[in-house]
Design a protein around this ligand. Structure first.
Ligand code: GLP
Length: 244
């Protein structure tokens, strides 16, 4: 769906998420959301906060799993995705703290494998992801699944692509302060979600979005694997759609 402005697209996605939450509430069920960081979902989170404040949308039945976290990363660091998620969403809504899951960037490396397996298991134990929200990196990454990630990849420790490190430098003052690695859900983890919404705003995303939507399905552009998902929506503004 192409919107003229990003704000309109964000509001429409927030409405859809709110409708899912309310529907599950009426059925007395929990809803499991996969959440993303970066600038792309901020407008959606803003709108969800507004719906919470002005239209009584409750997040009491919501369980969240975030896609990724830098590694290593302390949760109280300004650049951590734990910090981001609390600032942009969790501090402003009534979600239960025990229902929030974000990959732990503080683990010693020998614990990481076991932790990643447990993260996958936790998602499945909650019944799987009802909806996964995604941004896209200029390398074609979803989460931090950089080129070379397979369609069956699971939650794991990965190396960041040099272009991703360059793009992240704006948050870390200097490029050399950007962590070289990250923990991320895999492409396979994402593909198991029952519904996926990919967001892309601005001309900077136009080229990779064209390759994602219209290009060959290949691990060179991990987001292109989404073409094989039965229920995926790509929500963009007119600028990101320039090359479609
Ligand atoms: C980071 C995140 C991704 C996100 C990407 C794009 O690398 N790990 O999940 O999609 O950035 O960021 P932005 O939305 O700021 O363009």
């Amino acid at each position: 769906t192409i919107f003229e402005e990003a704000a309109e697209g964000a509001a429409s996605v927030a409405e859809e998420i709110a409708a899912l939450i309310r529907r599950k509430q009426q059925q007395g069920e929990q809803v499991v959301l996969g959440l993303a960081t970066g600038s792309s979902p901020i407008g959606v989170y803003k709108e969800l906060i507004r719906l919470h404040r002005e239209e009584w949308l409750s997040f009491d039945n919501v369980i969240t799993f975030n896609l990724d976290e830098y590694y290593p990363m302390q949760p109280d660091e300004l650049q951590s995705y734990v910090h981001f998620m609390h600032e942009q969403l969790f501090n402003h809504i009534d979600i239960r703290p025990e229902n929030i899951h974000i990959p732990d960037g503080t683990l010693p490396v020998e614990k990481v494998k076991e932790y990643c397996l447990a993260y996958e298991r936790q998602i499945q134990d909650c019944g799987g992801l009802d909806l996964q929200l995604l941004g896209i990196g200029r390398t074609g990454h979803i989460g931090f699944n950089e080129p070379g990630s397979s369609i069956t990849s699971a939650t794991r420790l990965v190396k960041l692509d040099p272009l991703t490190i360059t793009d992240a430098a704006k948050d870390f003052i200097k490029e050399e302060y950007v962590p070289l690695r990250a923990l991320t859900m895999g492409v396979g983890t994402i593909m198991k979600a029952r519904q996926i919404i990919l967001l892309a705003w601005g001309e900077g995303k136009a080229k990779i979005l064209q390759q994602t939507v219209e290009g060959r399905i290949s691990d060179e552009v991990p987001a292109s694997f989404l073409q094989q998902h039965p229920r995926v929506q790509v929500v963009v503004d007119q600028w990101a759609a320039l090359e479609l």
